[in-house]
Structure formats: structure tokens, C-alpha cells
Design a protein around this ligand. Structure first.
Ligand code: THU
Length: 139
């Protein structure tokens, strides 16, 4: 994963954050998901007056991509904060980690937590989500 693509993922995650629908928490999140073929799918969090139907930015990106026929992914960048500006590092919730686990190789899939293009951290999914349950556990 070279620096150029990391920068592009962070730019696209920040752009997607601008489309977040988060009137209840006031916390906007954006994500940019990279496929094996180099396509990028964006996602934002989409909240709901009934609260529980809320969809996180990461899952929005995954569901958009899977709905377009994508199944193979390399990395996702995530940004989040109040007032439309990334502040601290926003780490994916447990439900989003489980969705990543469904479609990604935990040993190689990279989760990039970013504030801007010069402040980011990179983790392997296996380190964020150890001893997880996945498709192969069902035989
Ligand atoms: N949220 C995300 O979209 N992704 C995360 O990684 C953490 C949380 C959203 C859900 C909710 O709309 C808001 O942030 C506050 O939890």
C-alpha cells in the first residue's frame, strides 16, 4: 500500500464525511474502501430518528461496494469528528469489524485511521479484531 493511495483514501474519506447524516449524535464519519482492482467506494454514517437503524460510514461503504458486485478489498480509511472536521482517530465499531471480517482477509486487510493526509495510523484487521468468527467457522 503506497503513500499515494493512502492519501487518496484519506481525501475521499474526508469528502464522504461531508455527506454524513448525523443530526442526533452530531458526529460525522466518512470512509473510503479500496478494492483489489483499485476502485474506491465511499461511505458516511446515516442516522435515524429511531436510533438503532443507524448505519456507520464503514458499513455504508462496504454495502455500496458489495451491492455493486465487489467482494475483494485491500483497505479502508476512516475519519470522524464533530462540526464536519476530523478530530481524533475514529476506530471502527465492533459491528463494522464483523462486516469487514466477512469480506476481507484479516491477515492483510488494512484499516487506516486518519485525521488528515499527514496524520494517520494503519492497523491490520487481525489486530483490531482477534479470535473473530467468520465464514469458515460455519464450514
Ligand atoms: N460511527 C461510524 O459511522 N463509524 C465508526 O467507526 C464509529 C461510529 C457513527 C455512528 C453514529 O452515527 C455516530 O458515529 C456516533 O456513534
Amino acid at each position: 500500500m503506497d503513500g499515494l493511495i493512502v492519501g487518496e483514501l484519506i481525501r475521499q474519506a474526508i469528502e464522504a464525511m461531508g455527506r454524513a447524516y448525523a443530526p442526533y449524535s452530531g458526529f460525522q464519519v466518512g470512509a473510503a474502501l479500496l478494492t483489489e482492482e483499485g476502485k474506491i467506494y465511499q461511505g458516511c454514517n446515516i442516522e435515524n430518528a429511531a436510533y438503532t437503524p443507524t448505519n456507520c460510514a464503514e458499513r455504508t461503504a462496504f454495502f455500496q461496494a458489495v451491492a455493486m458486485g465487489e467482494r475483494r478489498f485491500l483497505a479502508i480509511a476512516v475519519v470522524g469528528g464533530k462540526d464536519g472536521k476530523p478530530t481524533g482517530y475514529t476506530s471502527p465499531c465492533g459491528v463494522c469489524r464483523q462486516v469487514m471480517r466477512e469480506f476481507c482477509d484479516s491477515e492483510t486487510f488494512q484499516v487506516i485511521l486518519a485525521i488528515d493526509e499527514s496524520h494517520w495510523q494503519k492497523y491490520l484487521l487481525k489486530d483490531l479484531f482477534p479470535m473473530s468468527f467468520g465464514p469458515e467457522n460455519l464450514g
